[in-house]
Design a protein around this ligand. Structure first.
Ligand SMILES: Nc1ncnc2c1ncn2[C@@H]1O[C@H](COP(=O)(O)OP(=O)(O)OP(=O)(O)O)[C@@H](O)[C@H]1O
Length: 231
């Protein structure tokens, strides 16, 4: 297993090449460098009936090139590396692979998809819901749920506190900013939805949910394979 990169280290192409050569020359049975089987219709991929129904209902009639090669090894539980141009159907490939492996009788977290940007996470969630009709939780920036981010919430909160303090003082009454008065101002500013999101974001139940999500993840057993890099 490769060691952990030291903090601030850069990608070392020579080290990467030598490590890959070492891995490829090792006698590891489960390591494929390509997967040659092609399934040119969805019915041939042995996906669950419900999943197939979701795929057809979403408007897909025939798998794209990457889907023809990528769905089946994914469904077999192999670790798949896919490389193809944008818009060639990679998202639907790994979504199908994940949905196929879920135990629909289990009510617990069985899959975690990490995406580098929020828009991509939203797109993946949309495809997952459309194909699988399962429960998915969209979490972004580590803290916020929904469409409003934490920095935005904090800024809103500060502005509203300042406004409430200013109005209280300006009205001539002594500074007695109570919670109810604060929430009154929030409502007055038609920001009660912001208030509820703030309450949820800082609530114990949200942190408990995240803890349960992470702790229920299964152990990872590395088995490597690679699908062809064509699209
Ligand atoms: N088999 C298919 N038949 C018809 N349309 C498809 C098929 N697979 C994917 N699409 C459509 O093609 C478009 C691009 O698909 P998708 O987002 O999965 O590609 P991608 O390779 O993941 O793109 P990106 O690299 O930008 O994330 C989407 O609108 C999707 O609905």
């Amino acid at each position: 297993m490769a060691g952990l990169a030291t903090e601030g280290s850069q990608f070392d192409a020579d080290l990467y090449d030598s490590k890959m050569n070492e891995l490829l020359s090792a006698d590891v049975q489960d390591f494929f460098t390509s997967y040659d089987e092609v399934y040119d219709i969805f019915d041939a991929t042995s996906l669950h009936e419900n999943l197939l129904r979701g795929i057809y209902a979403y408007g897909f009639e025939k798998p794209s090139a990457i889907q023809q090669r990528g769905i089946v090894p994914f469904c077999k539980g192999l670790d798949v590396i896919q490389q193809a141009q944008s818009g060639t159907g990679k998202t639907a490939t790994f979504c199908s692979g994940i949905l196929q492996q879920l135990d629909y009788g289990l009510v617990e977290c069985q899959a975690l998809v990490l995406a580098p940007i929020r828009e991509l996470a939203r797109r993946i969630e949309k495809v997952m819901r459309a194909l699988g009709d399962r429960k998915f939780m969209l979490v972004w920036e580590g803290l916020a749920l929904g469409r409003i981010s934490v920095p935005f919430l904090v800024t809103c909160m500060l502005l509203l506190v300042l406004l409430a303090v200013f109005l209280t003082c300006y009205g001539g009454s002594p500074f007695t900013l109570t919670t109810s008065r604060f929430l009154f101002w929030m409502r007055l500013m038609k920001c009660s939805h912001v208030a509820s999101r703030i309450r949820y974001t800082i609530s114990f139940s949200f942190f408990l949910e995240r803890f349960k999500l992470v702790s229920s993840l299964p152990q990872c057993h590395p088995r490597l394979s690679k699908s062809p890099a064509n699209s």
